[in-house]
Unconditional design. Structure first.
Length: 744
């Protein structure tokens, strides 16, 4: 008979000390992020290469999509909290995502140029926008609620909660890493439909995983009041189905907005303006209700009016083809954009200073610091999110992506044999470790052999199929189609999850003698999968070395090249996070013990500076081009490394700062402002990327060196923006730290 833990979860349903529901959420989020990043890094290349969009138009679509993706979770989270409950919201969001990614696989006819005019498949483009609309709405329902479920699995003040979220976020990074390696490779190498289709298959597997494992949520994700959902919404349609119906109807609006970035940008700014002004006003009188609010209301109204004028002027100036530019008064405002902007800045500063004159409360001071931090994130993410836009096009056009390019003979086959032996040794060590865990509770050998067989079978089937088709000089993917894609995804994700479980079991087992039979079996199974994978890689390496080079005649030479696709380089961010996140976590703990842990504002400034320096790395690389005028891939890798270390300084402490510095009554509103700022940064990122936009004619006429000059101009601006704003924040940091009133 199983015992029950404090959060009403039987001990039999714990794995490595955590609820099994955590691992269901982990796997679901892994697949959701797999589909998201697998599609996102292909998007700009698909639009510019297949549908022959200009860079500027491609950036607009990318900005609208990303801006809406990060904004709609506010609505999805509200509907789940108020009506649906998290489980139903996740399932509905997953269904919408599967439909959206499935539609993305429809390519239509490739665009062509006839007599100087680009002829596009209008129907296919409209299907594409509809697919994006499904994805945007689906993410809105799934993304905020899957994270909330993880928190609900633990009772209040449970010390396991933080490590549970660490495991959960590991799924995000693993999904991103695997997706940007596989989906982008399939899309660029074999056809866009395969890349997008792979993302869709991934999301389908995620949905199936969640449906199968929802029993392990133990009711923590159900609606607060199920009876409300049964109430009438419209005639015989109850409120639950009313929400689903209205969500489908909303696809029309999202489809429209995806093509109107100016409206998206305007709306984001207006909501953020209202939100931040409301937070300042509320915190100003939070503990000062008796003070006369008349002057504050007038002041805030003036700031709001000036903010509206600034937004109209900016949108009209930067989007001259938008509906705003057709209104004469907005064009007049655009001519005075600079003085209006400075006026807004001065009025905002004045309003904040007036607040300090009205109240001396800690809550107001902390809220002002928090608002400054939120605004700084717009700059950081606008720089960071160049990855899926300008940096991907940069990698495609002017980066020498070749990792290895070597002419080899039969005397070089030993190198592959040596690599194979190294993998065999690693596999043997993992086998011994797996057997050690199996023996803890004298489990049968099947805890090792079954997972190894489950992994080896699809690997062998896919490997033999690829070899057979290749020997017949046939395209394996065209013949296997989505069955081949499915097998490839299954193999990759099994290895990724096994690796994650290996790490989890390793850290859990250190200094812990209470290893249950379930823990031991899972630890053994994950190692069995990995030793099988390493052994198969070793076999492949030896076979490849012999078949390709060992059989060559004396003096015969064959070229060996490894060149990732442009979008595959986007996987570097996730890879560096997986490798460096534990290092940074340990660093902050060690510095904290010495009372040398940097304050939150300092960490934000370090993040901004490193984001700027990443573009500095690209500028240095441009100083040492190859004979073809291209930049070596190592400089792009260094840029991603600096962006990732910047992210690790800023991102983990960001949401924590929101909960610590915010007034408890308005935490949700502040969190909404945080995500709105992130959504706005996506549109700003697309606007910045357009500074190096090339049209199809320029791509034909400009040399690689001339294209590089345009990108260097962009990198220089982004370098100064990141470093300059970061140094400004660093100068402000002592004052911001003081304004936090003891919160670290």
């Amino acid at each position: 008979m199983s015992t029950t833990t404090a959060n009403s979860i039987p001990e039999d349903d714990l794995l490595w000390g955590h609820p099994k529901g955590l691992y269901i959420c982990f796997a679901t989020e892994l697949w959701e992020r797999f589909s998201f990043y697998g599609m996102r890094f292909l998007l700009i290349l698909y639009l510019t290469k297949y549908h022959l969009f200009t860079d500027a138009t491609g950036y607009d679509v990318l900005g609208s999509y990303a801006g809406l993706v990060y904004a709609l979770p506010l609505i999805g989270g509200f509907l789940a909290d108020r009506y649906l409950g998290m489980r139903k919201a996740v399932i509905f969001g997953g269904i919408m995502l599967v439909i959206g990614h499935g539609l993305m696989a429809f390519e239509g006819t490739q665009a062509s140029v006839v007599n100087g005019e680009v002829i596009r498949d209008t129907f296919a483009i409209n299907v594409f926008y509809l697919a994006l609309a499904f994805i945007v709405v689906g993410v809105g329902f799934l993304k905020p609620n899957i994270s909330t479920i993880v928190g609900k699995l633990y009772p209040d003040n449970d010390p396991r909660r933080d490590s549970g979220f660490t495991i959960f976020y590991q799924g995000i990074n693993l999904g991103s890493f695997v997706a940007t390696l596989i989906c982008t490779w399939l899309g660029e190498t074999y056809g866009w439909g395969y890349g997008f289709g792979a993302a869709g298959l991934g999301m389908l597997l995620g949905l199936v995983t969640f449906l199968w494992g929802q029993k392990y949520l133990y009711g923590h994700a159900e609606p607060n009041d199920p009876e409300v959902l049964k109430q009438s919404f419209l005639g015989p349609v109850n409120k639950e189905w009313g929400i689903y119906l209205m969500s489908f109807i909303s696809l029309i609006g999202v489809w429209f907005l995806l093509q109107k970035i100016a409206i998206v940008f305007f709306t984001q700014n207006m909501f953020l303006l209202v939100g931040l002004l409301s937070l300042i006003f509320y915190s100003m009188f939070y503990k000062n209700q008796q003070h006369d609010k008349t002057l504050a209301r007038i002041f805030s109204a003036v700031v709001f009016l000036c903010g509206i004028l600034a937004v109209f002027a900016f949108v009209t100036d930067h989007y001259p083809k938008s509906i705003f530019a057709s209104v004469s008064i907005f064009n007049t405002l655009a001519q005075y954009l600079e003085p209006i902007s400075w006026t807004l800045l001065g009025l905002s500063a004045g309003f904040i200073i007036y607040g300090f004159m009205v109240t001396k409360t800690e809550e107001y001071s902390r809220m002002i610091v928090l608002i400054i931090l939120i605004i700084s994130t717009i700059i950081f993410w606008a720089l960071f999110e160049q990855a899926s836009g300008s940096m991907t096009l940069f990698a495609d056009r002017v980066v020498d992506r070749t990792l290895i390019n070597s002419d080899m003979g039969n005397g070089d086959a030993w190198k592959f044999y040596l690599i194979g032996i190294v993998f065999f040794v690693a596999a043997a060590l993992l086998f011994m470790s797996a057997n050690k865990y199996r023996k803890i509770h004298n489990s049968p050998m099947k805890v090792m052999t079954t997972p190894a067989f489950v992994f080896a079978l699809p690997t062998a089937v896919l490997g033999v199929a690829i070899w057979a088709y290749s020997s017949l000089e046939m395209n394996w993917l065209v013949n296997l189609s989505y069955l081949g894609v499915f097998l490839l995804l299954l193999i990759a994700v099994i290895v990724a999850v096994a690796f994650a479980f290996l790490l989890q079991s390793y850290f859990y087992s250190r200094g812990n003698d209470n290893i249950t039979s379930t823990d031991a079996a899972a630890s053994s199974a994950s190692r069995s999968i990995l030793f099988t994978a390493l052994a198969l890689v070793g076999i492949f390496s030896i076979w490849y070395g012999y078949s390709q080079f060992g059989t060559l005649q004396a003096g015969e030479i064959k070229n060996f090249t490894i060149e990732p696709t442009a979008s595959q380089y986007g996987s570097l961010n996730a890879m560096f996070i997986i490798l460096l996140a534990p290092v940074f976590a340990a660093l902050w703990v060690k510095l904290g013990k010495r009372n040398a842990d940097p304050s939150v504002p300092v960490k934000f400034s370090l993040g901004l500076i490193q984001a700027g320096l990443g573009f500095g790395a690209l500028l240095i690389g441009a100083m040492f081009p190859s004979e073809a005028g291209k930049v070596a891939w190592v400089w792009l890798m260094l840029a991603y490394l600096l962006h990732t270390t910047g992210e690790l300084c800023l991102s983990p402490v960001g949401l924590s700062a929101v909960t610590k510095l915010s007034i408890k009554n308005v935490v949700s509103m502040v969190m909404g402002a945080w995500f709105l700022a992130t959504a706005l940064s996506e549109v700003v990122a697309s606007q910045l990327g357009k500074l190096a936009a090339l049209d199809p004619e320029e791509l034909k006429t400009l040399s690689v060196v001339e294209q590089l000059v345009k990108y260097n101009d962009l990198w220089m601006k982004l370098l100064w923006l990141g470093v300059g704003f970061g140094l400004f924040m660093l100068i402000l940091s002592p004052f911001l730290k003081k304004g936090m009133k003891g919160i670290h």
